[in-house]
Design a protein around this ligand. Sequence first.
Ligand code: ADP
Length: 478
Amino acid sequence: MKSTLRRRLPVAVILLSAPGALALGGLAALGHLAAEWALAGVALVVVAVFAILYPHFAHVEALRRYIEALRSAGASDPLPKPPSGRSPVLAPELDETVVETARERQRRRRELEAAITGNETILSNLPDPLIMLDRGRRIVRANPAAESLFGGNLMGRDLISILRNPNLLSAADAAVAGEDGQVVEFALHGEIEREFSARVVPLTTPALDGTVAILSLHDLTAARQAERMRADFVANASHELRTPLSSLIGFIETLRGPAREDGEAQERFLVIMHDQSMRMARLVDDLLSLSRIEMQEHTPPTGSASLQRTLESVARGLELKARARGIRIELSLPDLPPVVGEQDELAQVFQNLIDNAVKYGRTDSRVVVAARLADPASDPAARRIARPTAAISVTDSGDGIPREHLPRLTERFYRINTARSRELGGTGLGLAIVKHIVNRHRGQLTVDSETGRGSVFTVYLPLAEPYEGLDDMARKAG
Ligand code: ADP
């Protein structure tokens, strides 16, 4: 301010005082005015002009400083103080207009910055990778999902350096040239192969940063895997039904033809036919159970079930089958509170687990069914449920399960030895049913196994009500 005042004010004072000073000097030269009076007059004119100009210059300078402060203020900074005082020359409305314009500008800036921040947040949180391309197919921007998929540092690179699929590249070329957008499906080969659907669309008007087209990727891997699983499931189920059905058809034809008169063969065949029909019935029952449980899986059960009653009744039902193999089912059931759940579904879980232990256990051995309160401090599965939990384990002394099979054991129709499972009457769906019921009950299933020694299947279920003896029980269990 000082500099403007110092530079411009003296010049303006001199210029505006000059006509008066010249007139007074002329009068003195012509002898109409004494030189002292002329000098005094000039001094008076200068002082008067200065007195008029100073507040005007000071005000203009204050306005200039105000505008300068506005320019350097950020959108979130408070507005600088408007200039005080007034100019004898400028209209007072000018100040108001300047301040009003400044306020409006600040408001617009804030709106713009909020919109930009909002867009940035959306872009950053978008789970699908997004890449902006310029006219030369170079990457102008990429969101974090794209950076993490392709390893970061994408700016300025040609698209071909990260994606080599020829169809995708030609779709990108077309889009950056302003042609119609396209959808291209392709696979990314890495440690695990992933399938993507890519959509490349041109922008209606190029963005300021040079973006002319956007490439968005959508991961199809999970959906494709589900499609394949569904197709596999239908193929497996049909195959499982087809085998006993073919055998039944074969025997019926034999009974109607060559064995028509052979009473002994008929007896033998009918036993086999009965077994095959029972196998089909078991399979259909298991398929129906599975589909019913899957449909209910997203609605957790509301009732409560007594573990003791459920386990005792299931064990009793399997006693005959176990005895036939010389296996003793031992129950170790402390007085546990009820768990959240539906008695029938939980009975099916333990029926399948104890039945497997009997089927795959060694002859003349023991199957131990033990329930306890799980301690979250030492038990990760109990910790995952995050509320008081009962753990029920079924332990057999069978051949055990090789480690590599453990992750796939609960898949439908997954068996370690299909022939053996069929021979023992298995459908290959038992553990899939267990997994879905346990999921519905918001529980956990763990499998520990050692080949040659046996397996332990443990089901964790949340308790139905706060249990007063919990600490006590935990101490005993610990
Ligand atoms: P299955 O009807 O064949 O028994 P499951 O779904 O119940 O079908 O089990 C899948 C496979 O897991 C079985 O075929 C078997 O190979 C293996 N399995 C299940 N339980 C045990 C166990 N207790 N001991 C050894 N293997 C087991």
